[in-house]
Write a new protein. Structure first.
Length: 294
């Protein structure tokens, strides 16, 4: 397994590296720390007029510092990639390395809360053909070394089976408990039922039971799996009622609006970002293939 970390010598870059290290240690994965060099990616870090050689030399120093901070029990490689588009460059490099996911930091401008996504991360969350893991602000300060528990936010939309498959695979490989969060009660698909609270809850209970049984069949017997139904005045209220701990991770699916084998951060996931303080992994609706390169 390989994970590509989109790195910059910024707090957000340090958060991304910290999440990459935690995931790599949890899964026994190799880490590829990548700096994308483009005018848009590094607008203020190198004086105007410096040439590519000087920019590359500075990037090498940043990477050397980053590599020195990676614990010795994590296998790590470094890469410098020249590209016109940072997001497309990361996607192409991840595909070239046959990486399983891209890891980025959420600090920047945009959404409120622990995540304030910059333009590159926003582009990735609306175009990447492979999973993208986003680190919340301050991840670099966490002492937790491994993922404690995986939560998987399950609805009834297209792509749910693949999302559950990814969550089961992660928990199985890492040996971590899996918590299934049923979003059926909040799913707009069931608006027709919203006037009948009992019908909504019945649908949610059935959905949670079916998903729990499917996960139990797929997971080794020694890995705990639980299920909970999210309810509340809205997504933020419902998700905020759940217990979250440092070391937790949540997996969500791409919006139904996404193009085939492309991410699109839907409204439910975006609302979760406003209240969560744990890393989020967004999974495409369909599996990535080599033809999906930008």
């Amino acid at each position: 397994m390989r994970l590509v970390v989109g790195y910059l010598a910024t707090p957000g870059g340090a958060d991304a590296l910290a999440l990459g290290i935690r995931l790599a240690r949890t899964l026994g994965a190799e880490l590829d720390v990548c700096i994308m060099l483009s005018d848009r990616a590094l607008p203020a870090m190198v004086p105007t007029g410096e040439n590519d050689d000087l920019l590359g030399s500075q990037a090498e120093k940043w990477l050397a510092d980053a590599m020195a901070s990676v614990p010795t029990d994590v296998s790590v490689h470094s890469h410098i990639v020249y590209t016109d588009s940072t997001a497309d460059g990361l996607i192409t490099e991840a595909a070239r390395l046959a990486a399983d996911a891209i890891v980025v930091g959420g600090s920047g401008g945009g959404l409120a809360g622990s995540y304030s996504l910059g333009s590159v991360v926003n582009q990735l969350l609306h175009s990447a053909p492979m999973p993208v893991a986003v680190a919340p602000r301050g991840m670099r300060d966490s002492p937790v070394q491994r993922v404690r528990e995986v939560s998987c936010a399950i609805g009834r939309r297209e792509g749910t089976d693949l999302l559950l498959e990814h969550a089961v695979r992660f928990s199985s490989a890492a040996g971590t408990p899996l918590r299934l969060i049923s979003l059926v009660a909040l799913d707009p698909t069931f608006d027709v039922l919203r006037g009948d609270v009992d019908a909504v809850r019945h649908q949610a209970r059935d959905h949670a039971a079916q998903t729990l049984e499917a996960a139990r069949r797929a997971l080794p017997a020694n890995i705990p799996v639980t299920s909970t139904i999210v309810d509340g005045r809205g997504v933020e209220d419902a998700v905020g009622k759940l217990d979250w701990h440092d070391g937790d991770l949540i997996m969500v699916g791409s919006s139904r609006l996404s193009a085939p084998r492309r991410l699109f951060l839907g409204s439910t996931a975006a609302k979760m970002l406003r209240v969560l303080h744990v890393p989020m992994v967004v999974i495409p609706r369909e599996q990535f293939t080599p033809e999906d390169l930008p």
